[in-house]
Design a protein around this ligand. Structure first.
Ligand SMILES: [Zn+2]
Ligand SMILES: [Zn+2]
Length: 138
């Protein structure tokens, strides 16, 4: 189950939706079952890293979910499929994302504490969450 949050710009009315949480296919599962399903849900580099890990070790567990990230440099928001691979509870692989605008490493953000972000359309700091438009999905 996840949430979709709508952000709206007070200045130019641009709207965007950001997903957070587990979905129908994006869910915790064993690495073998992910690879056996034969679907490439993740970024090709992540997929390649997972295949390599599976060859080296057995009994790995993969957790994947939509997470919301913010660029610490330009304050743009992104939702990404975050993939973490665990070997007996220890993370052995973790996704990393970069800002499409400045290439800084993105940081996970707590959307409930985030007061504003930068609007991707007009670049002003007037991008706010619209609480009326939050929806649940699964
Ligand atoms: Zn705007
Ligand atoms: Zn950036």
């Amino acid at each position: 189950m996840g949430h979709a949050y709508t952000y709206r710009c007070d200045h130019c009315s641009f709207e965007a939706r950001f997903n957070e949480g587990h979905g129908f296919l994006i869910r915790p599962q064993s690495l073998d079952s992910y690879l056996n399903a034969g679907e490439k849900l993740f970024h090709y580099k992540t997929h390649r890293a997972l295949k390599k890990l599976a060859q080296e070790q057995k009994e790995l567990f993969v957790d994947a979910a939509f997470r919301i990230y913010k660029c610490p440099h330009c304050n743009l928001l992104f939702d990404k499929v975050d993939v973490t691979v665990f070997d007996n509870g220890t993370p052995v692989h973790k996704s990393e994302f970069r800002c499409s605008s400045c290439r800084s490493r993105l940081k996970r953000t707590n959307i409930h504490r985030l007061k504003y972000a930068v609007c991707p359309a007009c670049k002003k700091k007037t991008f706010h969450i619209d609480p009326r438009k939050m929806i649940l999905w699964d």
